[in-house]
Design a protein around this ligand. Sequence first.
Ligand code: F0G
Length: 448
Amino acid sequence: MRSIIEPFRIKVVEPIRITTQAEREEQLRKAHYNLFLIPAEYVLIDLLTDSGTGAMSSDQWAGIMRGDESYAGARSFYRFYDRMQEITGFEHILPTHQGRASERLLFELIGGPDKVVPNNAHFDTTRANIEHSGAKALDLLTEEGQTPSCDAPFKGNLNIEALRALISEVGAERIPAVFITVTCNNIGGQPVSMENLRQARAVCDEFGLPLFLDACRFAENAYFIKMREPGYEDKSVAEIVREMFDLADGATISAKKDGLVNIGGVLLLRDKTLFQNASNQLILTEGYVTYGGLAGRDLEAMAQGFAEVLHEDYLQYRIRSTAYVGEKLLDAGVSIVRPPGGHAIYIDAAAFCPHIPTTEFPGQGLAIELYRHVGIRSCEIGSIMFEGNAPMELVRLAIPRRVYTQSHMDYTCEGIIEVFENRDRIRGVKIIEQPPALRHFTAKFDLV
Ligand code: F0G
């Protein structure tokens, strides 16, 4: 088969600076070994996140100029609204400044003490917003979803048996919504099957519960369904996406992922009363309902981004180029979460650093060494990020959309493989200082 190429050419370039190891060591010390605290200027290849870090297209930039900055009823809002309605079929659509704003609006309304919100795996901001409301956030993964070496096609699936058990244990009245995150970020960007969504829908119908999607990476999930789920090979991604949203009563979306924008979010709701209450909350803290804390130009960029993300040549390139990185690492003997996910490759840090106990955070030790050795910034997704709730000790290499070329990724793999060959040099860390919540962003560490 021929190479799958980037389905775009480059019109604007942003230089990146090559640093020395001594400079990086100094930056690490200054940042107390927390990669979030390192200025981006000192990072060569930034794989910290795929969120808001993508490159916009020429049509999106043209939209930025077209943006209508009217306070109420801007033309750009209607473009955004019409696009979201066309893609998702939802009627009640609110723009927000990013995913966690949608989460906060929703959980302020449906959360609260005594409530329990299940999900396949809550992202850290979702969990934090639920817990901030006084409710409890529960992860209901399948066994295979938590086994890095298992090659199952839909490891993001919600554990339906565990959902039933939860309902009979706590009672349906304490569950304000059942969530499913597509794709499931915490366990490797792994997709959820349509069959699993349908099963969750059936359980929700049986007990009168609303089903919500955390749909940040809905297009990547739909592409995996097309590639892997029997019966979907001849459907378009747009049709699959519509079928996914048709099963849901609502969705929180960070447009910084599959919206292909640098900032933006969406809240989708079926229930009219909930929508009215969310609109009032939005006006209180984010902005009027036709801009939700964004500029008109941001809405314009989202309207275009949500259309471009459904182009199948884009998705083929996206999923293939992520898998390319995963396959190179696997060939070199590096353990990763298998199969490669949609937006990122997750290194199994516990297997990479068997000499570092969980209490010394092998993921953080590895992320530090990747930066020190070659200037790659990655992210620990393990016991630091999830405190007591980490299903695995992982280091995520999140791949920004349409930003890095194949040679950037070759360099990344070469650097990781060099670190792997000298892995006994990697040191664990201890926490020196930490905030009460979301500690990974600001905690200070020292090498053990
Ligand atoms: N849900 C999921 C599954 C996410 O991955 C994120 C963000 C959010 C919600 C929150 O969205 O950042 O726009 O407020 N994930 C980023 C990441 C930050 O690096 O995975 P946000």
